[in-house]
Ligand binder design. Structure first.
Ligand code: FES
Length: 118
């Protein structure tokens, strides 16, 4: 099963409020746990993205990594890059994608879609 949850139908997701928009300024990020999902939520140029805070290479924490290019984060441990829009692994040593979660803003609140376990 794909871990790019941004592609899931909305009825397969439960949206959870994670912050007010002014709590994640442009260029900033927050870390949070929802159930057993460890996430990092980014604001990049006014758009919000959420990915897992776990690198698929060696389970290292990913969210503190540098934004290497506009939409790529580099793992702080061994440098693997991931697309923060899709979770796609973009460079070795990671070859497996990481979860990416849909994000929406309603009435100034940022909500992240968590897949409903079936
Ligand atoms: S743990 Fe991320 S590249 Fe190795």
């Amino acid at each position: 099963m794909s871990v790019n949850y941004t592609k899931l139908d909305s009825e397969k997701l439960e949206y959870v409020i994670v912050a007010e928009t002014d709590e994640i300024p442009n260029g900033d990020r927050i870390f949070l746990d929802i159930d057993d999902h460890s996430l990092v939520v980014f604001n990049i140029a006014g758009k919000y993205f959420a990915i897992a805070d776990i690198c698929s290479h060696d389970d290292g924490p990913l969210g503190d990594g540098e934004i290497a290019t506009e939409f790529e984060i580099a793992c702080p441990r061994h440098g693997a890059r991931f697309d923060i829009r899709s979770g796609e692994a973009k460079s070795l040593p990671a070859s497996l994608d990481i979860p990416a979660y849909p994000v929406r803003v309603i009435d100034g609140r940022i909500e992240v879609g968590i897949p409903i376990e079936s």
